[in-house]
Design a protein around this ligand. Structure first.
Ligand code: 3H9
Length: 695
């Protein structure tokens, strides 16, 4: 029984076994609660209520996962009955025990279904969570009211406002589930359902929530607002969770529904939904659908520095066999210590067990010299950023690696075609540009040269999926997508300094925009020396008419390389960043040298100039076919550079802001700042025709 989906397939089945029946949801790929699922569930629960032979019921899912949420694709449409909160209320109100059997992920509406069941059993590897804030929403089917009733306000505030999922063992500790499955999930759920027959029903909605004292609550909400960096959903979610202590379930749910519907049609939610689908769309590159990736299991990494060891950890975490090589025992030892340190910290913070650490450490081998890489399927180079060094290394690798091995470089700027040309197999060479720390950051730029084989690009995408990272395929240019845009907006940030702003004012304006850190704070963290080397490399070819600000060069000449030297754009005492009068003096001198009278610059002007710089460069990247789609740029900026996801990335946002004002700003910059700042053709033509990046 159940309601057929538009395709005619029945997504909910009731198997009326006695005494414990089974409701099975089968709506691939993730069992989302589409209209047909909601209707089917409601009908099934009614049947359970009415069928005297059924004394209890288990709700389980076909496929790999429990219900992963409401159907996000339906969010742009008018809500259709039955609404999820009503279905879920019917589950809770059922006169017979209902047990959720959870595998995979019980997220959003799926978690809300589980919360309303009278008991929950989960596989040890399952996770549960309310990730709605990541889509600019609050849970809309009782999550903000039932979760605190099960786990208390503190934990509920943490989970609902962060969207963080918890693994089943933690869920058990929190009281979110009742039991871990010992192996056969459905049997365990049926056994629990059987135990509950004849006992008073444990309805989550009937439970009482211990309130939080007012001072603690306001401190907590202030902290949540700060962390949200401009995203509006976490704050609203916190308010609803706190109300669970004062309002009866139905009143709390009515408020929750109102907020959910309001946010569902908000700009922020539209942007975050765009981000969600864009992150998946980047995987689907036109023309690569039928290309078979190469098989990769053994990975070699050349260079055990911060980048190399981070990449090694990322691969070891994903179950690859990894070998790192260095040029000396000493460098190798330092790399090994770095890897160990990362894992030790993860054990100390409870993220992994010491057994998992030991297993991952075992997956990484170490050797001096590249000859031990001859059995590898993929070798990634993460050595010093110098073209000649990399070319020489690739020549040597070419000589020892068997045919078919993929040679990848982690360069952030260099011309990969020139590196590939040093080998006899440019088709096997690709850029795999990880972001630091490589085991944490989600983004990978997969850079293909004109010669890179299609199956090598497809392998890059397949690897990213296994690493649980987000890949963006692009072509070669200086800095690829992200660093090329970053250089532009850093440059604009430096112009702002010359004209009157100070580093902390620029950083504060961009942090208020929603970036986790402003560009000067970021550059202190990354180290100023890296870009200094690049500027020196580019100096001979720099257009002499280009407006060039040399404050960063002067900082470097003074040995101020950022945090690691205790000073850069800021001064660091005890790790805290502080405005440094020496930097203010350098900035003021720079204005003088340029003959500029310093003026107060508003946060608005800073944000709009930086946005224009980003959008214009992004358009040039599209014009030059470095990437094919606006979404590729948006994903790079959100996942590699902290562009606020609630703005949907720079190009999604540009459509919202309007291209005319952005173009006007770009034209003004071109007039003031000269070469390099000319408006991109794609920006001019779109602004003229009214075309959008996302039609
Ligand atoms: C909500 O529940 C609101 C309620 O509180 C209130 C309602 C009233 N809908 O990620 P994958 C698609 S808000 C529609 O590649 P994985 C996805 O687009 C929702 N489609 O797989 C992809 O399609 P395609 C709260 C969805 O194994 C395919 O499924 N829930 C949805 O790496 C496979 O996805 C969430 O926010 C959806 N809800 O990861 C959970 N979810 O093949 C969002 C996925 O065409 N989902 N799809 O590209 C996830 O976090 C991950 O998809 C998941 C699986 C962990 C489940």
């Amino acid at each position: 029984m159940g309601a057929a989906s538009p395709e005619g397939i029945d997504p909910v089945r009731l198997i009326p076994t006695s005494p414990v029946a089974l409701i099975e949801i089968d709506n691939p790929p993730v069992n989302a609660t589409s209209q047909a699922v909601r209707a089917g569930l409601l009908a099934a629960i009614r049947e359970v209520d009415n069928n005297p032979r059924i004394e209890a019921v288990v709700i389980a899912c076909a496929g790999k996962t429990f219900v992963a949420g409401a159907d996000i694709r339906e969010f742009g449409q008018v809500p259709r009955e039955p609404h999820l909160p009503d279905v879920i209320n019917a589950i809770e109100a059922c006169s017979k025990p209902v047990v959720a059997a959870i595998q995979g992920t019980a997220l959003g509406g799926g978690c809300e279904i589980a919360l309303a069941c009278h008991a929950r059993v989960a596989e040890a590897g399952a996770s549960l969570g309310l990730p709605e804030v990541k889509l600019g929403l609050v849970p809309g089917a009782g999550g903000t009211q039932r979760l605190p009733r099960l786990v208390g306000l503190d934990a509920a505030l943490d989970l609902v406002t962060s969207g963080r999922p918890v693994k089943a063992p933690e869920a058990l500790r929190l009281g979110l589930i009742d039991r871990l499955s010992s192996g056969d999930l459905r049997q365990d759920a049926i056994a629990l359902a059987q135990e509950l027959i004849g006992q008073p029903l444990r309805r989550t909605g009937d439970r009482i929530v211990t309130p939080m004292d007012a001072e603690a609550a306001s401190a907590k909400t202030a902290e949540i607002r700060k962390k949200a960096r401009g995203a509006e959903a976490p704050d609203k979610a916190a308010e609803l969770v706190l109300q669970a202590a004062n309002l009866p379930l139905q009143d709390g749910m009515a408020r929750e529904r109102e907020t959910f519907l309001e946010l569902r049609s908000s700009e922020q939610s539209a942007a975050l939904r765009h981000a969600f689908f864009a992150e998946r769309e980047v995987m689907r590159l036109p023309g690569l659908d039928s290309v078979e990736p190469r098989s990769v299991q053994k990975v070699g990494i050349v260079g055990a520095g911060t980048m190399g060891s981070g990449i090694a950890i990322a691969f070891a975490d994903a179950g690859f066999d990894v070998r790192i090589v260095e040029t000396s025992e000493q460098a190798l030892g330092a790399g090994q210590a770095r890897v160990r340190d990362v894992y030790d910290k993860q054990v100390a913070s409870g993220r992994i067990t010491s057994a998992v650490r030991d297993e991952r450490l075992k997956a990484i081998g170490y050797a001096v010299g590249i000859s031990s890489l001859s059995d590898r399927d993929l070798v990634i180079e993460a050595v010093f950023e110098d073209l000649d060094v990399k070319r020489a290394l690739f020549r040597d690798l070419d000589a020892i690696l068997p045919p078919g091995t993929i040679l990848a470089t982690n360069t952030s700027y260099l011309d990969i075609s020139l590196i590939a040309a040093a080998t006899s197999r440019p088709a096997d060479v690709v850029g795999l540009h990880f972001f630091s720390p490589a085991h944490v950051m989600k983004l990978i730029e997969i850079v293909r040269t004109g010669a890179t084989a299609a199956d090598v690009v497809a392998t890059g995408l397949a690897l990213a999926k296994r690493l649980r990272k987000i890949p963006v395929v692009c072509r070669v240019c200086d800095g690829f997508v992200g660093n090329r845009i970053l250089s532009r907006y850093r440059q604009q940030a430096e112009y702002l300094l010359e004209e009157g702003a100070l580093p902390h004012e620029v950083d504060a304006a961009l942090e208020a925009f929603g970036f986790p850190m402003g560009p000067f704070a970021v550059s202190d963290l990354a180290g100023l020396d890296i870009n200094w080397a690049r500027r020196k490399r580019l100096a001979p070819t720099r257009d002499p008419r280009e407006r060039y600000v040399d404050i960063a060069d002067r900082l470097c000449e003074a040995g101020r390389f950022g945090r690691k030297t205790g000073a850069g754009w800021y001064r660091y005492e005890g790790g805290k960043r502080e405005v440094d009068s020496a930097v203010t003096a350098l900035v003021e001198e720079a204005s003088q040298r340029r003959g500029l009278t310093r003026r107060a610059i508003s946060a608005d002007e800073i944000q709009s100039r930086i946005r224009a710089a980003i959008v214009n460069e992004a358009c040039k990247i599209l014009d030059e076919h470095i990437v094919e789609r606006p979404l590729d740029v948006d994903v790079v900026m959100m996942h590699g550079y902290g562009y606020p996801a609630w703005r949907g990335g720079p190009l999604f946002e540009a459509d919202r802001v309007g291209l005319q004002p952005i173009l006007a700003q770009v034209r003004e910059r071109a007039a003031q700042d000269g070469p390099g700042w000319e408006p991109a053709e794609g920006l001019v033509s779109r602004a003229a025709s009214g075309a959008k990046f996302y039609p």
